[in-house]
Design a protein around this ligand. Structure first.
Ligand SMILES: *Cc1c(COP(=O)(O)O)cnc(C)c1O
Ligand code: SF4
Length: 352
C-alpha cells in the first residue's frame, strides 16, 4: 500500500451543519465563498484556533479581490500562521509592496493579442482568455491585473472574433482555453465554445486551464465530464502547489477526468515558504502521479507586481530541482517536471 493516503476533507466548524449534499455542490460552494472581511470575522468567532489578522487584511489594497471556497478554506491548518493553503488564499498587506522591476503584465500578454482576449506568442499555440472568474483567487496570480475583474470577461462577439482568428490562422494547431479559470464557465457555455473550436479543421489539440481540481473539485461533475469528453483530444492543465491540496476529493475529480480519457497535466509555481523544499515537492509529485496527474512544469514565480513575498531565487530553485533528481529514484524520467522561467515578453525558457 502507498504511504500516501487520500483523506476526505472535513468541513471547517463554520460549516459543520451544512448537509453533505450541499457541501458537495459546486454551486453551493461558490455561493458560500469567503469574499469579505466580515466573513473572516465570523469564522474567527466560531473557531478560536483560527489566527487571523483582520487589520492586515483590511490594509491590503483591493484591486485584486479575494475569494475562498469553504472547501479550500477547510484545508487550512487553522492554528498555523504559516500554513501553505492560508498563504496562497488569504490576502496579506505584503501585496501592497510593489518593486520597481515588477510589472503589471509581466509576460506581455496584452501586447501580443491580434484580437482582444487571445494571446498568440508561439506560432502553433494560441491562448484564449474567456472569463476572469476563479473559485479561489490565488494571491500570487500572474494575471491579477484582470483576474477577479468581471468587466474584463470577453463578450460573445469578442469570442466569435477570437474563434474567427483561429480559423483563419492555419498554423495554430493547439488552442488553450484559459482565463481566469475555464471551468468557471457554465456547462452550456463551455460546450458551445468547445464545439466552435473543435469545428476548426487545423486545430488538433484543445487544452483547458483550470484550478478547480484544486480549489473546487466538486465542479468536476459527471455532466461536465460528459460534455468535455466529446471533444477529444482534450488536455486539462491544472495547478497543484502543495501536497495538502491532494485530498480525496481532488483525487476523485482527477480520476473522473482520467477515466474519460482526459490527460491531466500539472503546473506548480515555486512559492517561498510554501513549497520550496525538496521533501514537499517530492511528496507533491508522488501524490500527483497517484491521482493520475502528470507533473508538467514548475515555474519560477514571475515578476508580477506585489508578489515579492512569494518569490524564491532562481539559483535556489535549481538547487532544489537538482536534489530532487539526484536523491530520488523517479519511477520514470518524465515524472520530473520541467523548470520554466517566464521572461518579460520573450516567452518561457526551460532552465532544467
Ligand atoms: C505558456 C503559454 C503557452 C503554452 O506553452 P506550453 O509550453 O506548450 O505549455 C501558449 N501560449 C502562451 C501565451 C503561453 O504563455
Ligand atoms: S486560478 Fe489561476 S487565474 Fe485564477 S487566481 Fe489562481 S492563478 Fe490566477
Amino acid at each position: 500500500m502507498s504511504k500516501y493516503e487520500f483523506r476526505p476533507t472535513r468541513p471547517h466548524p463554520a460549516w459543520i451543519e451544512t448537509p453533505q449534499e450541499q457541501w458537495e455542490s459546486w454551486t453551493w460552494q461558490l455561493q458560500n465563498r469567503i469574499t469579505k472581511l466580515d466573513d473572516f470575522k465570523r469564522i474567527s468567532q466560531v473557531d478560536s484556533q483560527f489566527q487571523v489578522d483582520l487589520e492586515d487584511i483590511a490594509r491590503t489594497q483591493t484591486d485584486f479581490d479575494f475569494a475562498i471556497t469553504p472547501y479550500y478554506f477547510s484545508l487550512i491548518e487553522m492554528a498555523n500562521s504559516n500554513c501553505p493553503i492560508r498563504k496562497q488564499a488569504i490576502p496579506s498587506s505584503l501585496e501592497n509592496k510593489k518593486l520597481d522591476f515588477e510589472l503589471i503584465d509581466f509576460p506581455k500578454e496584452e501586447s501580443m493579442m491580434p484580437v482582444p482576449g487571445l494571446t498568440h506568442r508561439y506560432p502553433d499555440r494560441a491562448m484564449l482568455y474567456t472569463t476572469h472568474h476563479c473559485a479561489v483567487y490565488c494571491r500570487f496570480c500572474t494575471r491579477k491585473r484582470k483576474v477577479s475583474d468581471a468587466s474584463t470577461a470577453l463578450r460573445s462577439q469578442q469570442i466569435s472574433q477570437a474563434v474567427d482568428y483561429i480559423r483563419s490562422t492555419k498554423q495554430i494547431r493547439e488552442v488553450i482555453l484559459s482565463g481566469g479559470d475555464i471551468f468557471s464557465l457554465s456547462n452550456d457555455a463551455l460546450g458551445e465554445l468547445l464545439d466552435k473550436v473543435r469545428s476548426i479543421e487545423h486545430v488538433e489539440i484543445i487544452r483547458l486551464g483550470t484550478r478547480n481540481l484544486v480549489t473546487l473539485p466538486f465542479r468536476v461533475t459527471d455532466q461536465l465530464v460528459s460534455i468535455v469528453k466529446q471533444f477529444h483530444p482534450i488536455y486539462v492543465h491544472t495547478h497543484f502547489n502543495h501536497p495538502v491540496e491532494c485530498s480525496l476529493e481532488a483525487q476523485q475529480a482527477c480520476l473522473k477526468l482520467r477515466r474519460a480519457g482526459i490527460q491531466v497535466n500539472n503546473h506548480t509555481v515555486m512559492l517561498k515558504g510554501i513549497n520550496d523544499k525538496v521533501e514537499t515537492l517530492r511528496e507533491l509529485n508522488q501524490r500527483l502521479l497517484l491521482m493520475g496527474v502528470q507533473p508538467y512544469y514548475i515555474y519560477h514565480c514571475d515578476l508580477t507586481y506585489g508578489t515579492s513575498h512569494f518569490r524564491t531565487k532562481i539559483s535556489d530553485d535549481l538547487g532544489i530541482l537538482r536534489s530532487l533528481r539526484e536523491k530520488f529514484d523517479w519511477s520514470k524520467d518524465s515524472s520530473l517536471p520541467h523548470y520554466m522561467v517566464d521572461t518579460p515578453g520573450g516567452g518561457k525558457i526551460e532552465l532544467f
